[in-house]
Design a protein around this ligand. Structure first.
Ligand code: ADP
Ligand code: MG
Length: 685
């Protein structure tokens, strides 16, 4: 029977009902599905080596004559070991099998065989462990070639899946290629079907490389096509045009108590120019903690407000919303900014009812609103919303971010400015935020002292307590950060236990307070206020203080259980101190100690560059850990490397090229189809 891509797997020879069930569990129903089940790695037994040159870990095929073979029980009698010695002109090699006594009868001394497996030298001897064997002379099926390794499920055996795929060989070439030939030629890529064939039936490593290279490019291209599509749709939408009024911008910057850094000016200018287009802005502002993103956002807000239009600023926590509300009240006295959180509704400094606030927003009486998630949940209606600013955008889900943009009742789409203190390397930004424009603030405001960072060995915290006591004498404050709120075993891993421990010991005389996510928001606010005023000198806290909180007198930070945090996060935490011209001190206090932990934490000692630390974090922990689940799902590729900037830029170039050729994609039906499927599968930004 002829086998086609659409043939159901039931039709393959030798595939019983059990195997079919296992296939279905893996989502494999027809030949096309099975062929798209690409091996995740290979055992390469295509090479042979002289026995005297074998190294640990070598994957090899060795041909020789059996000299002797015998079996015995292991010491604990549970497993039987079969040992054989294989000889050829390059030496003698020991072969070992577990629980395969029957081999004694088959591999008789004097007979010649081919063995494939991996060399093990851990136990001083060189052995080939559990090798596959094969008669020589037969065309090799089991040894002397590269074997694809497939992921399995249920009782499915590797040989079953290989057998099944073997039967589908010829169907592979029915697969149509979605990639235009021009691109294939220019990028020196093999055809799609060829790539799939290479990956199932590679003759050598080069073919595996070629196959993967092609599929990796496809992934990157598809992603960039999605971004291009989103950007195109975005451009079709209308947004309010905000003219650039130089005098107004100058007036705003002149009232500031400091001079903007050139990085801040550049970023602000990019934003202001985006606002002066009639398509909606979609820009991400990146900058280290303390680099001064708020004022850049406020400058953009000022030009929107000056046009009589509305601005929303979304903060990830109640605490931060309140703090930023105060900042905005200082910037914009004439507009009396409102605060909208779950528990607090204010216009300027005055409490108002929620209902009043909602009405005023709807009537455009209030133009500037600072708030939290509560703003998204409530039925807030804006009449003339023109700019949405989202601080620490990774704290908001994609849907949440877009709720505000899509829900308001106006034909005009507001401009969107997202902000983040997690520096995202350029390559990753391209592969996961390709639909956004990016601005970066790279310098720190002048006059900032660098933060002296130290890594303390477990139970070596005396120097920390000494430092805290000295700083408190100068009316400075200290943060102590713990990974948990409550915890039993360890005294300094949780906020509650740490507080108890310090109160009874090293910081007896000190006024201390605690802060964590389980406190009610009024309690949190009270604690923060006390800390700001100095009623609390040492604040023991979870990472709730991570974002945005500004207490210039804070000069010490200790992070207990520092090994539990990523470098990017530690760097963000550290940004809570060093916010004035006073010298600051950061102590990393891991509970566990290993060379790896040491190497990782030392990065913070040597560097205060968020971008550098983000790159290092990637190297140590991988993208998913740093950028949270929302983004990591988004960066997951099977074949492509999300950090390969050269390839990503090529893909981006071709994606634009495709849309330039034919923006409706009518002449690229296969691309259109792939794109539709991809959009179904992923929620895009
Ligand atoms: P982040 O980027 O972490 O949000 P903020 O916007 O909160 O940083 O700024 C941190 C502090 O730096 C604020 O107190 C702010 O007033 C101050 N600041 C911002 N820009 C400058 C500048 N150019 N010179 C001096 N201080 C500045
Ligand atoms: Mg901030």
């Amino acid at each position: 029977m002829a086998i086609h891509l659409s043939t159901p797997l039931e039709k393959l020879v030798g595939i019983g009902t059990k195997t079919i069930q296992d296939f279905k569990h893996m989502g494999l129903f027809c030949v096309r599905d099975l062929l798209w089940h690409i091996p995740f790695r290979y055992d390469d037994y295509s090479k042979t080596k002289p026995i005297n040159q074998l190294r640990h870990g070598d994957q090899v095929t060795i041909i020789g004559t059996i000299k002797s073979i015998s079996s015995r029980k292991s010491k604990n009698q549970r497993i039987s070991l079969t040992e054989a010695f294989l000889e050829n002109e390059t030496g003698t090699l020991k072969l070992v099998w577990f629980n395969q006594v029957y081999l004694e009868r088959r591999l008789v001394p004097g007979s010649k065989w081919s063995f494939a497996g991996t060399i093990d030298r851990r136990f001083k001897e060189t052995i080939l462990l559990n090798p596959i064997h094969e008669h020589i002379g037969l065309s090799s099926q089991k040894t002397g070639r590269i074997f694809p390794i497939y992921s399995l499920s249920g009782n499915l055996k590797m040989f079953r899946i290989r057998e099944a795929i073997e039967q589908c060989r010829s169907a592979i070439f029915e697969w149509q290629d979605w990639l235009p030939e021009v691109i294939q030629k220019k990028e020196e890529l093999c055809a799609f079907a060829q790539a799939v064939f290479f990956l199932h039936f590679p003759k050598n490593q080069q073919e595996i490389y070629e196959g993967r290279k092609r599929l990796a490019f496809d992934e990157l291209l598809l992603r960039q096509l999605m971004f291009a599509q989103v950007r195109k749709q975005q451009q079709k939408k209308n947004s309010v045009y905000i003219p650039v009024v130089k005098e107004q911008l100058q007036a705003f910057t002149l009232q500031l108590p400091f001079v903007l850094t050139s990085s801040q000016r550049k970023a602000a200018w990019e934003i202001i120019q985006d606002l002066a287009k009639d398509e909606p802005m979609n820009r991400l502002l990146q900058g280290d903690v303390g680099s001064g993103k708020t004022v850049v956002a406020a400058l953009a807000a000022s030009s929107v407000l000056a046009q009589g239009l509305q601005v929303v600023y979304l903060a990830p926590t109640e605490l931060l919303a309140k703090q930023q509300h105060k900042v905005f009240c200082d910037f914009f006295t004439e507009y009396t900014p409102a605060l909208f959180t779950r528990s607090s509704h204010k216009v300027g400094g005055e409490d108002v009812s929620k209902h009043d606030l909602l009405t005023k927003i709807e009537n455009n009486e209030i133009k500037c609103v600072i708030g939290t998630h509560a703003l998204l949940q409530e039925s807030v209606k804006f009449s003339r919303l023109a700019l949405v600013i989202i601080d620490e955008q990774h704290r908001f889900g994609v849907e949440q971010r877009h709720a505000l943009l899509e829900r308001h009742n106006q034909e005009m789409v507001p401009h969107l400015l997202s902000m983040t203190a997690t520096p995202i390397p350029r390559s990753l930004a391209l592969s996961c935020y390709g639909d956004l424009e990016i601005s970066c603030i790279k310098e720190r405001p002048k006059g900032r002292k660098s933060i002296l960072t130290k890594c303390l060995l477990p139970n070596q915290e005396e120097s920390l307590y000494k430092c805290i006591l000295e700083e408190i004498k100068k009316d400075h404050r200290a943060y102590i950060v713990c990974p948990l709120i409550e915890g039993e075993e360890d005294e300094t891993k949780s906020v509650i236990a740490t507080m108890k421990f310090l109160k009874n010991g090293p910081l007896k005389q000190v006024r201390m307070g605690i802060l964590h996510g389980r406190l009610r928001s009024e309690e949190k606010e009270q604690v923060m206020n006390d800390f700001l005023k100095g009623n609390i000198q040492v604040l023991v806290s979870t990472t709730v203080i991570e974002v945005g909180v500004d207490v210039p007198e804070a000069t010490v930070m200790a992070i207990f259980g520092a090994e539990h945090f990523g470098l990017a996060q530690l760097h963000q935490l550290r940004g809570r101190i060093g916010r004035s011209d006073k010298p600051s001190f950061c102590f990393l206090c891991p509970k566990q100690w290993s060379p790896r932990i040491k190497d990782r934490l030392e990065m913070l000692v040597v560097s205060q560059d968020g971008f550098f630390l983000a790159e290092k974090d990637l190297a140590f922990r991988g993208a998913g850990d740093i950028f949270g689940t929302v983004q990591s799902g988004f960066t997951q590729f099977c074949f492509a490397d999300p950090f390969n900037q050269v390839q990503i830029e090529k893909a981006r170039f071709w994606a634009d090229w495709i849309f330039e050729q034919d923006s409706s994609l009518t002449s690229f039906p296969l691309i259109k189809q792939e794109l539709l499927q991809a959009f179904d599968a992923i929620h895009l930004e």
